[in-house]
Structures are given as C-alpha cells and as structure tokens.
Design a protein around this ligand. Structure first.
Ligand SMILES: [Zn+2]
Length: 226
C-alpha cells in the first residue's frame, strides 16, 4: 500500500509559500524561534518588522508581480493601499497588473475613540460606483483595517475585486471576498502568565515594542502624503 499522495496543487502552493517566506527572511523582516513581546503585551515566537518588508526593491517588485499575476484575469481600475506603509508594495502590484490600475491609499486615524479609515480628499473622485478595487496590505494580523476599508469602498458603490497581501494570519476572515496572500501563517501568542517560553526561562525580546514606543510622537500626528 502506498501512502496517500498530497494534491499536487497543494504541494505547489506549499513550495511557493516557502519561497516567499525565505524572501521575507532575506529582508531581515522576519524573526523566528524567538521569544518576543508584542505591543498587545502578549508573547510569541515569531515576529515581522513591517518597516523592513519592502526595503529590497527587487524582492518587492517580484512579490508584487506574484500578487498581480494572481489577479491578472480580473480587470482592476484602482489599487487601494491600506495606508502609506503598503504603498510601495501597492505600486509594484499595480505596475505589474495588465489593467494598468491607478494607485491610491487610505489613511487611518481615530475619531471619537473609534478607529476610522478615510481617503485623502484628492482621491475621492477616483473611487466611484462601479470602480473595481484591488485592496493591498503588507501584513494582515487582525484584518480590522481591511474590514474598515472594504466597508468604505462598498459604501461608495465601488467593488472590492480582490484583496492581496504578503502575509495573512490564517484566523483572519474577510467573508467571501477573493483574498490572496503570499504567506498564510499563524503563530501562537501567549499571555505572559501562560507562556511556555517564560516558563523555560528564555529571555524576553522587548526590542520591537521599545522601538514602537520611541516612534510614538510622530505616529500620533495626522497622516500626511509622502
Ligand atoms: Zn513569554
């Protein structure tokens, strides 16, 4: 008796995902086998530094082209970046998509204590009823920004024709919209009092949280155009 064979398409997807993960590692953005303090106060073994993800132009172009190829059969009018941070990737996706879509970005902020997204006023006329939108994010951890942007686009009467990202935590649910991520991966997060790494006495890496708090003064300002 032979062992049950895996579906070749699934194997191919797995191999592709490994290659993409390797590319992210080469940018220095992806940290594995660590014991990391997250901004939420939880601990985890893996971490991605968002700001490093698109520092290598040829990698970003390659990854953007993979996302564009996935959505190539669907006409797109606009690539909507979730924010200025995902704009480089969005540019690379738009550049490689056969429809030659334009690129715009949303901005995030707080209003009345609630998270909000909006479009810079100059972009308002570019997303109209019937506009086909490809939404691009670099890393999706909770999906809350994507959900807000999807609501905004649909309220304008436009259509989310696809959502593309570099990395998605598999627990994120975006309904029945076509989502494509280069890496779909979940890693466990622990409360400090239940963390197995703490129990083993592995030193806690607080570096990423420290860096974020150093950046705070500029990040609370209104988002501006680049
Ligand atoms: Zn821990």
């Amino acid at each position: 008796m032979s062992a049950p064979r895996k579906d070749p398409a699934a194997v191919e997807a797995e191999v592709r995902e490994k290659i993409h993960l390797e590319i992210l590692k080469r940018t220095g953005a992806y940290h594995a086998n660590d014991h990391v303090l997250l901004p939420s106060g939880q601990h985890t073994t893996e971490y991605i530094e968002k700001t490093l993800v698109t520092t290598e132009p040829s990698f970003t172009e390659g990854l953007g082209a993979v996302i564009a190829k996935h959505f190539a059969q669907w006409p797109m009018d606009v690539v909507l970046s979730t924010g200025p941070g995902a704009l480089i990737l969005s540019h690379c996706v738009a550049r490689a998509h056969p429809s030659r879509p334009i690129v715009v970005y949303g901005t995030k902020g707080l209003s009345g204590g609630k998270r909000r997204v909006s479009l810079p006023v100059e972009f308002h006329r570019l997303i109209r009823p019937g506009t086909k939108v490809l939404l691009i994010e670099d890393l999706v951890s909770t999906g809350s920004t994507l959900t807000l942007l999807i609501e905004m686009v649909e309220q304008l009467g436009a259509q989310i024709a696809g959502v593309g990202c570099l990395w998605r935590r598999t627990s994120v649910d975006l309904g029945d919209r076509p989502v494509f991520s280069l890496v779909s991966r979940d890693f466990p997060t622990y409360n400090p009092d239940e963390c197995p790494l703490c129990r083993k006495g592995v030193p806690l890496n607080e570096e990423f949280v420290r860096r974020r708090s150093h950046r705070k003064p500029s990040s609370v300002q209104e988002p501006r155009a680049l």
